[in-house]
Design a protein around this ligand. Sequence first.
Ligand code: ARG
Length: 578
Amino acid sequence: MKDFIKLQEERIKNAILSLGYSVDIVKLNVSSMPDLGDYQFNGVMSLAKEHKKNPRDIANEIVEKLDKSDIEKISVDGPGFINITFKNDALINYFNDYNLTPYNKNNIKVVIDYGGPNVAKTLHVGHLRSANIGEALKRLAIFLGYDVTSDIHLGDFGRPLGLVILELKKRHPEWVYFDENYNGEYPSEDVVTNKELEEIYPYASNKAKEDEEYLEEARIITTKLQKKEKGYYDLWKNIVNVSIKNIKYLYDKLNVSFDLWKGESDADEFIDDVINYLRNNKYTRISEGAEIIDVSLPDDKLEIPPLLLVKSNDSVSYETTDLATIWDRVHSINPDEIWYVVDNRQSLHFEQVFRTCYKSKIVNENVKLEHLGFGTMNGKDGRPFKTRDGSVMTLENLITIVRDETIKKINSNYSNEERETIADALSIAALKYADLLPVRSTDYIFDVEKFCDLNGKTGVYLLYSIVRMNSLIKKVNDNNINYNSIKMLNNKQDRDILIKLLQVESVLSKSMEEKSLNYITDYLYQLAKVYNTFYDSNKVLIEENKDLRESWIVITTKVVDVMTKLTNLLGIDIPDKI
Ligand code: ARG
């Protein structure tokens, strides 16, 4: 079914065209002055300029010509704004047929690269946003008809792993992994725990900073690992498995999942292909012993340094790994777009990689490579959020802090078990909602009281609202209600709900256009708020007028349906009760 607002926009466009004016896109905006109308059309000014006429005159001509079958009241105000109020019947008819449903397939193939945790390193607050934003964009894109492949792109093949293996070798020199003459099977059970890994990596990394010899040993082991040398490579597989279990456990809590669990190690086999291709086609040059690719362009405002393909010590860079990953994706998936949901601070990296890809035709120019950068979650001091003693805050700790706050809000009559389950849902909702609320590229401040405020723009408020609507619907003991039939509206409050519901499709497309979830989080808040205003002053279940009571129940189900679907797009689960 055609979106109601799109239909009205089309009618305006038809009126304009039939008057002989030219127009491309007609956009109706939610009214900034609701007393004047539900929506307004502000496009007359530019038409007037183009055709050198008085805007009010044009506005009046449009109003005259317009198909006004769904319009109750229309006026030309100010210099030439057209304000429109829709007929209640038109709204009712529309919503009686309306259901928010996934869009038809659009055949656009997208790979979304997000998460990007590093194996054997603790997941920390810095990993929160990529996972949340990436997951929500994935769900939104699928809903809107894209053909999506999500890929976690683990950091699993670099120096950190070399360091961890070296330290394990120091601690357990007797392990079969380090015995060159060993010919048997390697252990199939985990050889370390995640807890040990969390201790080992920082230890080894600090030691390497002070101890040149240790660092050199780690380098050698890293090279052996990358050459997939027996023993080292087998130990690596074991470590990766341990680490992935923990990553899965935490991402599960956040409702984050992936189609592909590939990593940098999977790109390794394409590195030679990429380097040879770039070399053979003369895109590289040697500078100070390293092999680089120039990517700066004449009108760059900021100098973009060359991409470092092969370092002077013969090892490859983070950029090379990403080139090889793109090589793999192009050959195995052939996507139309690749989206990278990665911290803003990596923008130079992606600029260099993308430029290299286009310049060398590793991807063709129709393929869209896009870095969707995001801002940092900061502490109240404006710096990346840390623990009280100044060390990195783990993701698990962060979730616990929010959980401790949300559990306070739960009905104390519930059993402990019930409270625990609800606290899980509430804390994830609070955290994810707060994380998706700001415009993608901006920083925000971690403020647990604010995130869990029962009456604020929060995931907690959202879930409370939905749970309350659901419980209202559950209490309806009338099997004869036709859930597709709103029969009447009675006041401003019930009408305001339908007016707010009109926005949903444009909110989804705006979010996709800008690849930012803030439009959805904000809209959910507004929708909950209009509904709650209605709910607070109307007694739905005991309303005596049967038609009105049923209409209100149907409206409630429509709101719940939209809110549930949008909440799900954000990756937030709704508990049965709070
Ligand atoms: N592992 C990287 C990091 O922690 C993020 C990976 C982002 N994705 C990519 N294709 N480079 O910084």
